[in-house]
Design a protein around this ligand. Structure first.
Ligand code: GRF
Length: 227
C-alpha cells in the first residue's frame, strides 16, 4: 500500500516567464519560488532579446533560458506563432510577462486568456504605454506606482488585480521614481502569482475574482500583506 496521498503527488503548476531586459521582476519571482512562497516551477524563461540579463538570471537558477529574437521573423504574426509554440512545449498553467517589451497580437493573447499576467509601472488606467515615470512627473502627480493585471488584447488595459502606490517627492526624477516603483513591483508580482497558483485568483467573463469575490477595484497593496 502506498503511503503517498494523491494530494502530495499533485504536480506543481508551471510558469513560463517572458522578459526583454534586466529581469529584476523575474529575479523576485525566482526567489519567491525558491523560498516556497510561490508553489510552482518556472519551466522556462524566454526573451526576444538575446542579450537580456534576465536570461542570465534564469541560467544561474538552472531554468531553461531561451532566446527567440523577433527580428529573425518575417512578420509580427510569425514571431507570435513561434513564441506560442515555444511556450506551449512547456504546457504552463500561467504565462508571466515580466518586462516583456514587445506588443503581442490578439490571437496570441486570446490563446492564453485568463492565464497571462503583466506588470505595468503605473497606477493603471493612468499612463498606459511607455515612459510612465516621466509622464507622471510631468503631470505633477503626487502618487505613482505599479499594477499587475490580466492581459487582454488592448495594450495595458486588461482587468486589474493589485496595485502598489508610491508617493512622489519634490526632488524625484524618472530614475529615482522608477527605482522606488520597482521595489514595489517586486512585492506585488510574486503575490499575485501566488494567488493564481493557489487558485485564489481567476478571470471570469472579464472580471477578476479573488477568493470568489469579484474585485470592483484592484487590491491596494500594503506591505505587511507580503508574507
Ligand atoms: C518594469 O518596470 C516593468 O513594470 C516594466 O518593465 C520593467 C522591467 O523591469 N514592464 P525588470 O526587467 O523586471 O527589471
Amino acid at each position: 500500500m502506498s503511503l503517498v496521498s494523491p494530494l502530495s503527488m499533485a504536480k506543481p503548476l508551471s510558469l513560463v516567464v517572458l522578459v526583454s531586459g534586466g529581469g529584476s521582476n523575474l529575479q523576485a519571482i525566482i526567489e519567491a519560488v525558491q523560498s516556497g512562497a510561490i508553489k510552482a516551477t518556472i519551466a522556462a524563461v524566454i526573451s526576444n532579446n538575446a542579450a537580456a540579463y534576465g536570461l542570465e538570471r534564469a541560467r544561474l537558477a538552472d531554468i531553461p533560458a531561451i532566446s527567440l529574437v523577433h527580428t529573425d521573423y518575417k512578420s509580427r504574426d510569425a514571431f507570435d506563432q513561434a513564441l506560442q509554440q515555444t511556450i506551449d512545449e512547456y504546457s504552463p498553467e500561467l504565462v508571466v510577462l515580466a518586462g516583456f517589451m514587445r506588443l503581442l497580437g490578439d490571437d496570441f493573447v486570446n490563446h492564453y486568456a485568463g492565464r497571462i499576467l503583466n506588470i505595468h509601472p503605473s497606477l493603471l488606467p493612468k499612463y498606459r504605454g511607455l515612459n510612465t515615470h516621466q509622464r507622471a512627473l510631468d503631470a505633477g502627480e503626487s502618487q505613482h506606482g505599479a499594477t499587475v493585471h490580466f492581459v487582454t488584447p488592448a495594450l495595458d488595459s486588461g482587468p486589474l488585480i493589485i496595485q502598489a502606490s508610491v508617493a512622489i517627492n519634490n526632488n524625484d526624477n524618472a530614475t529615482t521614481l522608477a527605482a522606488r516603483v520597482l521595489e514595489q513591483e517586486h512585492r506585488i508580482y510574486p503575490l499575485a502569482i501566488t494567488w493564481f497558483v493557489e487558485q485564489r485568483l481567476r478571470l471570469e467573463q472579464g472580471q477578476v475574482l479573488l477568493d470568489d469575490e469579484v474585485l470592483s477595484q484592484p487590491i491596494a497593496f500594503v506591505s505587511n500583506e507580503c508574507k
